[in-house]
Design a protein around this ligand. Structure first.
Ligand code: ADP
Length: 606
């Protein structure tokens, strides 16, 4: 096993949990592997596929994903193939022949293709070592990526009763897990749950105050690097993408309203690194195999913690540091409630509960790593993570939150009273939004404050010592806690019953304030290695373009970084680097060594 691992993948060791999973498959026991994104699930079936006699059949939901995986395996000198609707006839004929002659280690198929009668026939003649079902949560209605085609896999066990099944997913909820085991008819499966922590990710949850500026700050930390920005609605995607392009960013859009062709173009531009940023709805997902995504930014709150982890988890799959920033506002839950509609069924009520849970996460001030790990029922053994906004001390808990809240609530009440006085009869709400109320509390005569006579209110200037942005932010937080509500088309503020109660001194509330972003990892001043890394990246991009494969098929960022640090100048030294196997030493060493050698000379001169 270790020999094959080094020879083909260039790794000396397994990632946590991988060895156990590989051994289970090697022994021919059914299994369900639940590792986080980036946990190394592919290897748990690819390595046994190489080691076990016969062909391993891998089921994967997307053709693009299958093609990329096959390219990656071939680049490592492994006999892999796929048969799908995009295959050329000649390729199809070759694969059938290789399969019959027992020359394949891995065969990738869609579920529909696998279950087709002629394929079942063909596989009965070939020697199948085991079935691997990737993205197995697609089988379940409870999952977030249900695919009807996956349901057909319910018949797999009956067709091939003797052949072990190995299912993989990153989704860990009980309902999904049980559904997978039951639908596939897994027999006494080994259930292997990986560590769910992603220590290389830094999580930041922030209130959305000035979206474009906030996005700009994140992008500035990742110049020239790959990232994904998720929006709730398609219209926001188009608008934000156009804005970023106008600011000079290499951004492309992705959402379900685009044609299949347009989406493929965006996906490819991102995959081959001609685009740096994809601005997308949740429709952009499983097909992404780019492992060097350095940040995932949510411009709005996702609708569940599972969605969040799935999407944010696309950052840093190569194990190198990456950042996940979630920008939310008190309005996001309302937007989602409108999209979801009134809950009718149990599943819909569940969706609303998950939405509320996600919003709780946004407002909570406990370690993010701890929350996400324990969400999956795992223990989190560390005191602090030093890799989230909370542990990095980027949020300040407001000491006198209740006093501040009462002043805000009183101000809304005064404006409301003045309005009802002017109009006669009690109006609904105060008729103004957060910004205006914040200006009044600040004691500023900006906007319509003086014009409306709000500078004569007893609450004018009550929070003069704070910034208008902070006050507006707390108003938003009070909407989130249910003390204030937003009314009508203009989202004007009004007091709720609990807001009135708090104003009168009943109950309590916590408010926070975001302070400056602190760099999680002290920036290493390693300029020569950084410039070599960029040159290696350029070489990788050229080679990938020549060969028509995505860059990560050549090498991962992690391997390029190791090359830039180790600077091997001989094939033997080259092969010693993590992620370099025999095939890549043979096919790529010369070109990479040439670039490294030219930089070594630069270094000496410097
Ligand atoms: P998943 O499918 O679980 O999201 P992948 O199979 O894509 O994860 O693997 C994630 C990354 O980890 C890939 O870049 C892969 O090359 C790398 N990787 C996998 N196994 C190992 C290993 N044993 N040592 C080092 N890196 C590994």
């Amino acid at each position: 096993m270790y020999d094959v691992l080094k020879r083909h993948w260039g790794y000396d060791d397994f990632l946590p949990g991988q060895r156990e999973a590989v051994e289970t498959v090697m022994r021919g026991r059914d299994s369900l592997v639940i590792f986080p994104t980036g946990g190394g699930k592919s290897l748990t079936y690819q390595l046994p596929g190489v080691c076990r006699p016969g062909v391993a059949v891998v089921v994967s939901p997307l053709i693009a994903l299958m093609i990329d995986q096959v390219e990656g395996l071939r680049a490592n000198g492994i006999a892999a193939a796929t048969m799908n609707s995009a295959s050329e006839l000649a390729e199809y004929v070759d694969t059938r022949r290789d399969l019959r002659e027992g020359k394949l280690d891995l065969l990738y198929l869609s579920p529909e293709r696998l279950m087709a009668d002629d394929m079942v026939e063909l596989l009965r003649e070939a020697r199948v070592s085991f079935f691997a079902i990737d993205e197995a949560h697609c089988i379940s209605h409870w999952g977030h990526d249900f695919r009807p085609g996956y349901r057909a896999l319910a018949g797999l066990r009956a067709r091939f009763p003797e052949i072990p099944i190995h299912a993989c997913t990153a989704t860990a909820t009980e309902a999904v897990r049980a559904d997978i085991v039951q639908t596939l008819g897994l027999h006494d499966p080994a259930i292997l749950v990986g560590g769910f922590d992603r220590p290389n990710l830094t999580y930041r949850v922030r209130r959305r105050t000035r979206l474009i500026d906030q996005i700009g700050e994140v992008l500035a930390r990742h110049t020239g690097e790959g990232g994904i920005i998720y929006c709730i609605r398609k219209a926001e995607v188009d608008e934000l993408c156009a804005k970023l392009v106008s600011l000079g960013h290499k951004a492309v859009p992705y959402h379900a309203g685009m044609t299949a062709d347009e989406r493929r173009k965006s996906q490819q531009a991102f995959s081959n690194e001609t685009a740096d940023v994809v601005v997308a709805t949740v429709a952009f997902g499983m097909g992404i195999d780019r492992s060097n995504v350095r940040y995932v930014l949510h411009a709005g709150m996702p609708k569940s913690v599972e969605h969040y982890l799935q999407e944010a988890g696309r950052a840093g799959r190569d194990g190198e540091p990456a950042e996940c920033v979630l920008l939310y506002s008190g309005q996001d839950p309302m937007v989602w409630r409108t999209i979801l509609g009134e809950p009718q069924s149990d599943a819909e009520r569940m969706a609303h509960r998950k939405l509320a849970e996600m919003y709780d996460v946004c407002r909570s001030l406990t370690c993010r790593h701890r929350y996400f790990v324990t969400y999956f029922g795992d223990a989190y053994p560390h005191d602090g993570c030093n890799a989230c906004d909370v542990c990095l001390g980027e949020n300040e808990v407001l000491g006198d939150a209740v006093t501040v809240a009462r002043k805000i609530l009183a101000c809304v009440a005064r404006i409301q009273q003045q309005r009802s006085g002017a109009r006669g009869g009690a109006p609904e709400g105060c008729g103004y939004g957060a910004r205006h109320v914040a200006e009044v509390l600040k004691g500023s005569k900006a906007g319509r404050v003086a014009q409306m006579g709000h500078d004569r209110l007893s609450t004018f200037g009550l929070l003069a010592e704070y910034a208008v942005d902070d006050i507006a932010d707390w108003i938003d937080q009070l909407v989130g806690t249910g003390h204030l509500m937003r009314l009508g088309e203009w989202r004007t503020l009004g007091l709720t019953a609990s807001g009135t109660a708090l104003m009168r001194g009943e109950g309590t509330v916590a408010l926070s304030r975001a302070v400056k972003t602190r760099p999680a990892q002290p920036a290493v001043d390693d300029t020569p290695s950084e410039s070599l890394f960029q040159s290696l990246r350029a070489l990788r991009r050229d080679l990938a373009a020549q060969r028509g494969v995505p860059p990560y098929v050549i090498f991962s960022d992690a391997t390029l970084r190791d090359l830039a640090r180790a600077r091997p100048l001989t094939p033997t030294a080259f092969r010693a680097v993590k992620g370099v196997g025999d095939t890549k030493t043979r096919t790529l060493a010369d070109m990479f060594i040439a670039v490294i050698a030219s930089h070594a000379y630069d270094g000496v001169r410097a």
